[in-house]
Design a protein around this ligand. Structure first.
Ligand SMILES: [Zn+2]
Length: 683
């Protein structure tokens, strides 16, 4: 889900709204484009009079939508409201100086550096200079290797390889160190296999970004172009070693430390391990083809390319940590030039601050401080209880599926039983030891803070590789699943659900909501995640997350036929006038299957309750997905997001279920009506 905040001048938006509301009231009900895109601000003036029997999403949210003006800072909708609350709570934590602990002090020091835009503007791009100059002094391969390990000179710990941790394939009870290709200025290695013209377009964009800093530091256009082209030509050699390396799912195992160290003679791998306290790691895995090829690129001939690579990485990583002008220009350069409606992001300053923290190695400090203050055991128990109800409900649904053999039913239920629920609290506590950041008065900068943070991050991998593998381990330092994010996840590799504390906020959840409201909102969200264990991807992973067919061939074929029906259904939809349609590949089916699975299991639970208010339940579901999204954002979603647009998530999901038809007396001829034989829900 993209959470980009987009802005368009208010006056323009207002003008547009006025023009559209005075001219257009056309409701297009022509089969494939049955519903109005009620998430578009330009359509909110056309919603009155729409019957819920014809367009449930539009009719149930019309009152709310009509009152909204697009909020360029926080956006409009339940997830945006929750995000705003989390941001406010974080700010409250930083400002409440009566509470002191090491994590908060570190965060306050970072905030002091990040949020002082006057000082940032005064310094401009100067903080980068000393780091660039160090790279200029590199005169030999040995020196290049020294640079890679000089954390004080290399803020983003750029190396010719990258570390991470995964479960060991051969010794499955262990975590192991994963060694992969480093990141590339153009993204990932497979990009270098594109047509030359495509690469050149991307190179132009990188040149524009790098210019933002180098130009202000006095470099000539020619020097800048040469730096980027040297970098790209070195990167293309790196990428050529194993162009598909970025898509590796199952990494080959390396048999012990000695075998790992033997993979390169030019780069001193042992020194790198020792530097990051990874030396006692026993298990290794990674992109072996790339590792074996390092000697072919880490050569004197490539030294200028290597230096250019270091420089470009340094600058690209620094862009949003410098002055306001560089920050704003970078936002413009991030836009997709092929999206005619793309607009520049603007968010409230704190949103950027906390996003920067959440995606940085400092993430753990914020997560810990937030939990220390806001974790609520009652909420934990409540949510855990809903998850257990969903698990039981799902088992009943599986039991009734006549297309599954009884043997396969058992396997699916086993997977459900083995599913781990990680609710709100990661497994470990964040502790950054004696780390401190120097303030501007003390001569520090944001880049200096990153020198310490990235070193800390890599050393943390050393701690993990010493651990036995635990499917339920949720790392508080993991920027892929920070608990303060407004979200939740199903992790197929672990067969676990992670429920972040950030999603447990209004309008998505509050402890005092009625049961119907909870079930229609957070209940369907959690049911959605559970369904991912049995979607177009999950069906190929077993109860431990290992890749193997969960159910046998014959039933798998039936499952896939059903999944294809979902894809077909969506491929016939054009979400708004002039928009791209949904592509007829299976990308979307996983999320759509999960949406319908989440609704199915929530309804199953509702069935057991007496006097259950279905109207409130369905309205709560619609309210969950109400939102305003600019056209540029929607185009971006259609191209890059696996989730259907919000109004379709509501309408297509509810129209699969008898209870919806019963509750609102939906009849053939109503636009929400879908004949039973055309319904596509799998679970
Ligand atoms: Zn999903």
């Amino acid at each position: 889900m993209t959470r980009k905040k987009l802005i368009r001048a208010f006056s323009l938006t207002l003008a547009l709204l006025l023009v559209i509301s005075s001219t257009a009231c056309t409701k297009k009900y022509d089969g494939k484009n049955k519903w109005i895109d009620s998430n578009l601000p330009e359509n909110t003036g056309s919603l009155s009079g729409i019957r819920l029997e014809d367009d449930f999403a539009a009719a149930t949210c019309a009152d709310w939508l009509e009152k909204q003006t697009y909020d360029p800072y926080d956006g409009n909708g339940s997830f945006k409201t929750a995000g705003r609350i989390v941001t406010e709570k974080k700010r409250e934590l930083l400002n409440d100086t009566s509470v002191t602990d090491k994590n908060l002090e570190l965060l306050r020091a970072f905030d002091g550096l990040y949020s002082d835009w006057d000082k940032r503007d005064e310094l401009g791009v100067e903080p980068v200079r000393k780091y660039l100059e160090r790279i200029d002094t590199i005169s030999s391969l040995k020196d290049a290797e020294d640079y890679m390990l000089e954390n004080d000179n290399n803020p983003f710990a750029v190396m010719l390889l990258q570390f991470g941790t995964v479960r060991a394939e051969s010794k499955k009870d262990h975590f192991c160190l994963r060694v992969s290709q480093p990141s590339y200025s153009l993204g990932v290695s497979s990009i270098y296999a594109l047509e030359q013209s495509e690469i050149e377009k991307k190179q132009e964009n990188v040149t524009a970004k790098v210019s933002l800093v180098m130009k202000k530091l006095g470099y000539s256009d020619e020097e800048i172009r040469n730096t980027v082209s040297d970098c790209i030509s070195f990167e293309s050699k790196m990428a050529a070693i194993n162009p598909g390396g970025d898509q590796l799912l199952n990494n080959a195992q390396i048999d012990g430390k000695e075998a790992f160290l033997a993979r390169s003679s030019s780069l001193d791998l042992e020194r790198i391990l020792d530097h990051y306290q990874l030396g006692s790691t026993v298990n290794y895995t990674g992109d072996l083809t790339y590792l074996d090829g390092i000697d072919s690129i880490f050569t004197e001939d490539n030294l200028s390319g290597i230096k250019a690579y270091f420089k470009v990485c340094l600058i690209l990583n620094s862009l949003q940590l410098l002055d306001k002008d560089t920050f704003d220009q970078t936002e413009i350069l991030k836009l997709d030039p092929t999206n005619p409606y793309a607009t520049v992001s603007v968010a409230a300053p704190d949103r950027y601050l906390f996003k920067t923290i959440r995606t940085s190695p400092l993430c753990g400090a914020m997560e810990q401080a937030y939990l220390d203050r806001y974790f609520d055991q009652r909420v934990y128990d409540d949510v855990y209880g809903i998850l257990e109800e969903l698990r039981d409900g799902y088992k009943e649904i599986i039991e009734e599926k006549d297309w599954l053999s009884s043997e396969n039913k058992e396997k699916v239920k086993e997977k459900l039983d083995a599913m781990i629920f990680n609710v709100m609290k990661p497994s470990n506590e964040a502790d950054y030891g004696d780390m401190t950041f120097s303030s501007y008065e003390e001569g520090g900068t944001l880049l200096d803070a990153y020198c310490k943070l990235n070193c800390f991050k890599i050393r943390h991998y050393g701690e993990i590789t010493q651990m036995d593998y635990d499917r339920g381990f949720w790392d508080i330092y993991d920027t892929k699943s920070p608990t303060t994010q407004v979200g939740d996840q199903y992790d197929g590799g672990r067969n676990s659900i992670v429920v972040m504390i950030g999603i447990l906020e209004e309008d998505i959840y509050s402890y005092d909501m009625t049961y119907e409201e909870k079930l229609g909102s957070i209940g369907t969200v959690l049911g959605h995640e559970m369904s991912h264990a049995f979607d177009s991807e999950g069906i190929y992973q077993d109860k431990n997350g290992d890749y193997t067919n969960l159910i046998e061939e014959k039933d798998l074929r039936r499952f896939n036929q059903k999944a294809e029906k979902v894809t077909e259904y969506f491929s016939g939809i054009q979400p708004f006038e002039d928009s791209d349609g949904y592509p007829s590949d299976n990308n979307l089916s996983s999320e759509a299957i999960a949406d319908m699975g989440g609704m199915s299991v929530a309804l199953r639970i509702a069935d057991k309750k007496t006097d259950f208010d279905y109207d409130l339940f369905f309205r709560s579901f619609s309210r969950l997905w109400r939102r305003l999204t600019l056209k540029g954002d929607q185009i971006d979603s259609l191209r890059n997001d696996k989730h259907p647009l919000a109004y379709l998530r509501v309408n297509i999901t509810v129209q699969q279920f008898d209870k919806f038809y019963e509750t609102y007396n939906i009849q053939p001829g109503d636009n929400m009506y879908l004949p039973p034989k055309e319904r596509i829900a799998i679970w």
